[in-house]
Design a protein around this ligand. Sequence first.
Ligand SMILES: *[C@@H]1O[C@H](CO)[C@@H](O)[C@H](O)[C@H]1NC(C)=O
Ligand SMILES: *[C@@H]1O[C@H](CO)[C@@H](O)[C@H](O)[C@H]1NC(C)=O
Length: 286
Amino acid sequence: MSSFFCLCIHFKGLIMLLFCPSQLRAHLGTTPNIKHIVVGRCYNYISLVNPSSRYDCEEIWRLFEEAVVHQASCNVKVEDYHQMFIAMPHTWPCDRFLFWSKTRALMHSYAATDRHIWTLEDTLVGFMFNDLIWCRHKERPGFDFSSCPEWSSCQNHPVYSLWRQASQTFAELACGNITVLLNGSIANAFDKKSMFGSVELDSLNPQSVDYVNIKVVANLEGPYIESCSQGSVLDLIQILRSRGFSWTCTDNDQTLMILQCIQDPKESACQTCANSLSHRQCLTSN
Ligand SMILES: *[C@@H]1O[C@H](CO)[C@@H](O)[C@H](O)[C@H]1NC(C)=O
Ligand SMILES: *[C@@H]1O[C@H](CO)[C@@H](O)[C@H](O)[C@H]1NC(C)=O
């Protein structure tokens, strides 16, 4: 179960650091100042990040609070957030949707190289709730700032339910060519219990998605556990086939490798490039 939770996090890309199971401990309560953070991020989003968007930030907060404080803290269902999601419709240009699982750091540098790539964190809901925790107080209406239940101990954790709905909405909008970034240095790179494997994949529409371009990326120093021809990635390909998607799969995407080398230039896999007389030559020889 614990990998499941870590995942969720990931989709949050957003949430991730705080949410790995060891860190989402019972003693962590609702993020202090959550209202100011959420409403402030919302205004940041509509004023600076995506100025063409029109959202009512106060109303979104009200609907969020209503969803959370009217249920028991372990019983906030996906449906409880529906009104809030209705208040934040999104449309996205096609061809730029990026999904990922257990590749959060790499996803961030990848998304940073191309501002037209859309991840869940670029949606209003992803932007607003990234890294936050919340739950209702056990005895009275209102948030509990001293502790929240662990993700794994709840049937319907308020944080999980929100990310689940956010991931589903994001995947339903996906169109054109989409990219899926998977981690080739771990077993189960494609994990059916992850947010990608359990929610997003099911929500992709073969009618609107032209190609699912899978990129399996291992750490520069290895280990090399899964690839396009090995391990759980084959299960993903099988599912895509059976649902009628066109797909491609790449093991050694050059851009991603260069991004990894920027983080870690001393790694031996990057030395060929560093020592090469011609960078062009080095890049094409990889
Ligand atoms: C793959 O997962 C491991 C373990 O979580 C992580 O340390 C590593 O950075 C990930 N690799 C990539 C390329 O994202
Ligand atoms: C979509 O992906 C396919 C397969 O990788 C590629 O041939 C095609 O050029 C891509 N289309 C766009 C618009 O990027």
